[in-house]
Design a protein around this ligand. Sequence first.
Ligand code: C2E
Ligand code: CA
Ligand code: CA
Length: 957
Amino acid sequence: MTLSPDLFGPSAAPAQVIRKYYATEMAVERTRLLYQGSLLPTLLMLVNGLVCAWLLWNPKQYLLDSIWLVWLLALVALRVIQVAAFDSAMPSRQAQPIWRRMFLLGSAISGLTLATAAIALVPADSFMQQAWVFGLIGAATLSASVAYAVSLPAFLSFAVPCLVPVILSLFWNGTAQQQGWGVLGLILLGSLSLVAWQVNRLIQRGLLRRFQNHALIEHLQQAQQRSEQLNQDLVREVEQRRQVEQELREAQIGLQDRVAQRSQELDAASLALNKSEARLAMALQASELGLWDWNLQTDEVHHTQLKELFGLEPEYVTAMLSHLKPRLHPDDLPLLKRALVEHLKGRSEDYQVEYRVRHGDGHWVWIEDRGRAVERAPNGRVTRMLGTRRDISADKALEEQQRLASTVFEAASEGIVILDPNYALIAVNQAFSRVTGFEIEDMLGRNVVELPSSRDARRHFPVIRQALLSHGTWQGELVETRKNGELYPQWLQLNVVRDARGHVSHIVGFFADLSARRESEERMRYLTHYDELTGLANRSLFRERLREAHQRVRQGGRSLALLHINLDRFKLLNDSLGHEVADQLLQKMSRRLINALPEADTIARLSGDEFAVLFDAYGNLSSLARVATRLLAKLRVPVTVEGHELVVSASMGVSLLPDNAREISALVSQSNMAMQHAKHLGGNNFQFYTDSLQASTLERLQLENHLRKAIDERQLTVFYQPKLCLVTGKLNAAEALIRWEHPQWGMVPPGDFIGLAEETGLIVPLGEFVLRQACWQACEWQRQGLAPIRVSVNLSVHQLRQGKLVSLVRQVLEETGLDPQYLELELTESQLLDSVEHIIATFQQLRDLGVKLAIDDFGTGYSSLSYLKRIPVDYVKIDQTFIRGLGQGREDAAITRAIIAMAHGLALKVVAEGVEDQQQLDFLRAECCDEVQGYLISRPMEAHGLAELLRKNADFP
Ligand code: C2E
Ligand code: CA
Ligand code: CA
């Protein structure tokens, strides 16, 4: 503790400091000393006054003496009262200056009172009296002066009024004696003052010391008090400390106890934890669960069972996203993401998802992943997740297998029933109710022997049960009843299923409705021998019959004829009218075949529109020819199919065994060859196979090769046959006709190779050549200064089918620079039938180019007139056959007339071709035919020849 600096206070300070510090207290003390000391001088003054009064009593001046005496008494009384009053006053009031001033006033008055006695009452002449009085007054003055010396002002306030007036009056009156008293008085004053000064100094010093001591004591007391206080504080503090120390000690002991207890508990807990950890590890191991602990902030993951689950080494898997995520199956990633986000956002209690992961050795493993957020940041973000992963591949496979099994169960076409050991129905599949007609719900739980659908099974039940008991299986055919009462053959197979202990747990039954199979077996039997569409024998039955017939021929020396029939232009019909119509047509034709050939051994449909007829033991060739002719006529009779009136002809080839062939295969190919020949001859005829036919087939093959070469080697040229306009009488057009100049064979007519070119596709480059040549030639004639004429080019339907015709025509017109109105394209009427819609569209596009279009050989194609209206054409060319017949009969003339009238009615121009004589020309002119073409005008000729002709271009017949 620190001692306050004022501990030593004023005591340590010099006297003047003390004086100054205690000035007020010293002044009060001095006043108190004045009052205390004044009682004795006052009494002495009273006694001396009374003695003086007695000494000076003089009847002459009693008044004066009495007044003075009374005054003196009163004064003494007043001063005693004053002292008493001071004594009884409170020390605080005693300090008031009024008391000092009152004292000074009292002492001054006392002095003056004594002086008055000395001056006024002492007789000037009585020395004795003077000596007494001056002596008494002097004594009183002396005692008072000593008593008042405490305070110099008090001393002076008494001494000066008491002595100075007396001394002055003594010197003033002037007698020597008196002056001697005066000197005495002076000396007295002087010595009194000295004494008073001395006394005052002593008192002053005593007072000072008293105060110093007082201050010191006070100070010491304070210091003591303070030290006592300090001591007390110290004791208290020590006590407190001791208490705290005690408490601390107690607390420490408690703490030690608790620590000991806690560490004991911890030991126990960690022991338990170790045990439970070991248990957990064992449980995890046993459950094959991989435990994962994922820090989402660092992506760090702790994962157990990695090797077992994923075939991965644990040290390579430390991060979830970078090490495990890439192994996920891409299809499962969205699902996983969704589940994780749901959980992280707090929308799902648990995170649980199944997905595939690529195992270390490459195969996919199905994993069930479950987890939960266990730690979150203050902002709610998940920072840690814990969970488990389990390989559920086996479960999945099982699930898949079960699903498959149940699908098979439900989807099986056979009825399946599952029975308990007492033959009560546990489960049946869809096929069961489909076959029996009973609802599944109505069947379940019922005993099989009670079922209304198993009447026959009931009859056989003892046998069945015995077989199941002894062999575990039974199968057989039953005739059962459907819900609607219908009977059906059923194939039932029953198998016993035993549990692990060998007891019968289930009986599984499979049954098939045999009625459909019976039907289909019937049908198959039929189909394997007969054509479904026509009911005729099919190829396989035909072969069989052919073999049998061949056998008979060999044994019996008889002969056999094979008739191969193919419908003409059937493909065209099929394409243009559709399969439906074509099928109906085939059926009708088949019926005609059957009706027309009652003597035929077998009539078969080999394929499409190909038929074969077998005549076992035919009479002779001429009867065979008669049969064929009759058949052709019957087939050609117009037939109506779905509103279309059609005329269908056929081509037939006949081959004979043993006349032509020895083996069946040769017989078939020969009849086919003969049929092809009939087709080449234009169809609607029959041909017998001859050896020369074999040769001509070879010829065709040769021809094809030559034609290919001809195109490459430029053996083809174009001839032009002019057309005469009957209105102007001028040659206004020419038809381009192909010519083949063969180096060895000479000129080959187009009729010999156009068909072949069409069959082989060579018609496309051939047609392009003619088109380009004709356009170029038309321009060339113009360049030679001839009047422009129209060139017409023949088209094949193959060119149209290719789909490039319009662009080809546009390109050729551009290349040659021919005005499109001078190009005409001809297509034969029969070819028009081929996909009409396409032809109409193509023709429209060609017309849009400005090109003219013509229907060639009109009248031969049996097309209905309605086609003509729909197809955008400009010219109709009447077929040569009608023109040729003009001179012979009325029929052709009528047809020609009708065609002209009809074409004109449709605003089309008419061209007649094959005009060879004047008579024909006259007829045509009379019928207002627009143009004519034929040998009468000109034969087809080379370009320069026609140029000559055009130059003349006048005066035709
Ligand atoms: P088509 O288009 O009907 O041609 C008319 C045929 O009649 C030509 O025979 C022609 O020489 C012949 N002819 C013309 N006037 C008379 C006559 O007064 N009396 C007789 N008896 N015949 C006459 P050609 O040149 O032998 O052509 C035969 C067929 O070959 C053509 O018949 C045509 O269908 C086809 N053809 C010719 N050139 C081509 C061609 O460049 N392309 C195509 N696709 N076919 C062509
Ligand atoms: Ca033509
Ligand atoms: Ca023609």
